[in-house]
Design a protein around this ligand. Structure first.
Ligand code: ATP
Length: 355
């Protein structure tokens, strides 16, 4: 149980549509990997090719060192967990959990024993004799996971398993899925469109766009060092601010296309006069800070209690997030400072990171 998964130059065409383009990805044994990206980027297709539910047009997939590129799903020894739980409505939790064992011909006593063991791991002990309709959404999701666990697969493949759950439960279940992964020492591949889910659950995040891996790495590596504007804008909530800018004569500061033409210092050097996109995360704009700063007219403030989001009345708007309540600053001017090392520069055309 528990295997490394390797994808080598995997291609997928649906007729004329090129859904996956030269995907190289190694998922080490025991790692939790999230595939993330906007709708239609190919994340489900990628997961389904690993599962064998979709054939690949070119390239190779290996599980535990064995080439499975053209092997049918049932021989790959993987377990998939979907958002629709697909539980058998007329079977109890115990019977649902042990269904795969029944198919394998395991006797009733053994099945019950195994179901009880899995129920302990997944927190379902009290619910073994209930029917699916007598369970909450979160409990049903746990049964779906338990059913995957009981098969002792080489790896778990999750396709947006939490998206049917309400916000609070989703946060709880994130932690539960991750704990289960750790307890089993499993290899997990997890598809989500929710970058926060990907960031908080995974060891390694893969950002896809248009069938291409834009960047992959540890969550905070993507956050701190995005390789292009797309990744920079996709990872992080609220999103990074992007403002047009022109590199100053010193090559170490940039003039922003905002009221007052503020000049912001950055770490490194770029050619004078170069036109760039300047990226600044909302939490790196510090109200009242000193040094390189910009002054923005405040249009609105959203206060969540823990954090306040200030949005400027500029085009494009600038968002500042702060732990301060930012009381009484509506329609005032706000000066915010930014440290040079927090400034990102991107090429205007290609969007590539320049620093
Ligand atoms: P979402 O978050 O919306 O589920 P996704 O990233 O999971 O998106 P996929 O389902 O992998 O996206 O689809 C990737 C692309 O491949 C989409 O443009 C989709 O329309 C296309 N596609 C998927 N399945 C097929 C198919 N069977 N035939 C033709 N095109 C398909």
């Amino acid at each position: 149980m528990t295997a490394q998964i390797e994808l080598n130059k995997v291609e997928k065409h649906y007729g004329a549509f090129h859904a996956l383009k030269s995907i190289d990805l190694t998922i080490p044994k025991g790692q939790f990997v999230a595939l993330v990206g906007p709708s239609g980027c190919g994340k489900s297709t990628l997961l389904r090719t690993i599962a064998g539910l979709e054939g690949i047009s070119d390239g190779h997939i290996a599980i535990a060192g064995k080439d499975v590129s053209h092997m049918p799903p049932r021989k790959r020894d993987l377990a998939m967990v979907f958002q629709s739980y697909a539980l058998y409505p007329h079977m109890t939790v115990a019977e649902n959990l042990a269904y795969s064992l029944r198919i394998k011909g395991v006797n009733k006593k053994e099945r019950r024993k195994k179901a009880e063991e899995i129920a302990r791991i997944t927190g379902l002990e009290e619910l073994l004799d209930r029917l699916p309709r007598q369970l909450s959404g979160g409990q049903r999701q746990r049964v779906a996971m338990g059913r995957a666990v009981i098969r002792e697969p080489e790896a778990f493949l999750f396709d947006e398993p939490l998206s049917n759950l309400d916000a609070a439960l989703r946060v709880n279940m994130r932690a539960e899925v991750r704990k289960l992964h750790d307890r089993l020492g499993a290899t997990s591949v997890y598809v989500t469109h929710d970058q926060v889910e990907a960031m908080t659950m995974a060891d390694h995040v893969v950002v896809l766009r248009g069938g291409v891996i834009e960047q992959q790495g540890a969550p905070l590596e993507l956050y701190d060092r995005p390789v292009n504007r797309f990744v920079a804008g996709f990872i992080g909530s609220p999103a990074m601010n992007f403002i047009e800018g022109t590199i100053e004569a010193d090559g170490k500061s940039v003039k922003l296309a905002l009221p007052g033409d503020p000049i912001i210092a950055f770490e490194g050097t770029r050619p004078a006069g170069e036109k760039v996109e300047v990226g600044m995360r909302p939490e790196h704009l510090l109200p009242g800070g000193s040094g390189s700063s910009l002054t923005i007219p405040v249009s609105l403030v959203e206060r969540t209690g823990a954090l306040s989001y200030v949005v400027s009345d500029t085009d494009p708007p600038v968002t500042v997030s702060s732990t301060d309540r930012m009381e009484g600053i509506e329609r005032q001017q706000l000066t915010v400072a930014i440290e040079p090392k927090r400034v990102h520069l991107f090429a205007r055309e290609s969007g590539e990171a320049l620093l």
